[in-house]
Design a protein around this ligand. Structure first.
Ligand code: C5P
Length: 230
């Protein structure tokens, strides 16, 4: 049976957060964002292995370090997210038909239910897909001075999230041919002519990108904890 492997690229600088500490290490209700992200996968029995990919010169993991039989730490981050993921794929001990789930380090709101729905919906698929949410707001295109140039149709538009889940062989081929440019794995797979499946995600699975996102993630996870206590 095909196994599920997880790659968490965490070699970015997170420049849009404008903090000295890379965003995945910022504290979120008492522990680093990255720790929340890792826990969801480590606790899932269906996941065979989790690979955290750091920059070669990452000095922050040591102070946050944790051990788990399923967790491996790779120091092979690349210049782009696609390069980081490809470097990790090259060191993975996996079969062509195995699944690889790629998940952003700073996306701590993924639930077990969402993860299970992604695995359930795609496990019999030939290619794979990703969590995504239909665009709800009206879309404006702006000029360089932030004035509206046009209103764009939101018909058929979805916002891509992670995990993005593809067969190992297809993803490796796609990223090898991509030249390191795509901003997500699906884009590389699409360039091979495949049509990744969109599995409905949730807003709570947001990527922490700007400082205000941290407060939102904190409120969501604190409400979860409150719910557990009730
Ligand atoms: O910058 P952005 O938020 O789009 O990054 C998405 C994910 O890719 C983050 O987890 C980041 O650490 C990772 N990344 C990486 N290597 C890079 C750039 C980004 O692992 N060179």
């Amino acid at each position: 049976m095909a196994k599920f492997h997880v790659i968490i690229p965490a070699a970015g600088s997170g420049s849009r957060m404008a903090t000295a500490l890379p965003k995945q290490y910022l504290p979120l209700i008492g522990r680093p964002i990255l720790s929340w992200t890792l826990d969801t996968f480590l606790a899932c029995e269906r996941i065979a292995s989790v690979h955290l990919v750091l920059n070669a010169n990452d000095v922050h993991w040591q102070t946050n370090s944790r051990h788990h039989s399923k967790l491996s730490i790779l120091h092979c981050g690349g210049g782009t997210r696609a390069e980081t993921v490809l470097n990790a794929l090259k060191s993975l001990d996996a079969e062509q038909a195995d699944w690889v789930l790629v998940h952003d380090a700073a996306r701590p709101g993924l639930t077990h239910t969402l993860l299970d729905s992604l695995l359930d919906e795609l496990q019999d698929d030939a290619v794979g897909g990703l969590l995504a949410i239909p665009v709800a707001d009206t879309l404006k295109r702006a000029d360089s001075s932030q004035h509206v140039v046009s209103t764009e149709s939101r018909e058929g538009l979805w916002q891509a999230q992670t995990p993005q889940m593809f067969r190992y062989g297809i993803l490796k081929d796609a990223l090898t041919k991509s030249g390191g440019a795509p901003t997500d794995e699906a884009q590389a797979v699409e360039a091979l002519g495949f049509k990744p499946k969109l599995v409905t995600g949730q807003l709570r699975n947001l990527k922490i990108t700007f400082p205000q996102d941290l407060a939102l993630a904190e409120a969501i996870l604190a409400a979860d904890q409150e719910g557990v206590r009730k």
